[in-house]
Design a protein around this ligand. Structure first.
Ligand SMILES: [Zn+2]
Length: 75
């Protein structure tokens, strides 16, 4: 999967996303807390938006398909 440019991200979200390096992106996407699984899970079918200046990635847990979200604070 090419994670450097994501079509489901808004232009603003993509701008923040492209500032992250590839290793960080992989880590972020494979380390999303799922409250149903009670552990970190991989996020899939996700979209990205900017909320209060931070990047919010919303998608589903790869394990249980429950809703998960990850807020990536911009520095
Ligand atoms: Zn889960």
């Amino acid at each position: 999967m090419n994670i450097d440019a994501l079509p489901k991200f808004t232009p603003e979200a993509n701008e923040l996303w492209t500032k992250l390096n590839t290793e960080d992106k992989k880590l972020l996407l494979s380390n999303v807390w799922c409250s149903k699984c009670s552990r970190a899970a991989t996020i899939k079918n996700f979209t990205g938006v900017v909320k209060s200046g931070d990047l919010l990635v919303v998608g589903e847990c790869a394990e249980c398909h429950g809703d998960v979200a990850r807020l990536i604070e911009s520095k």
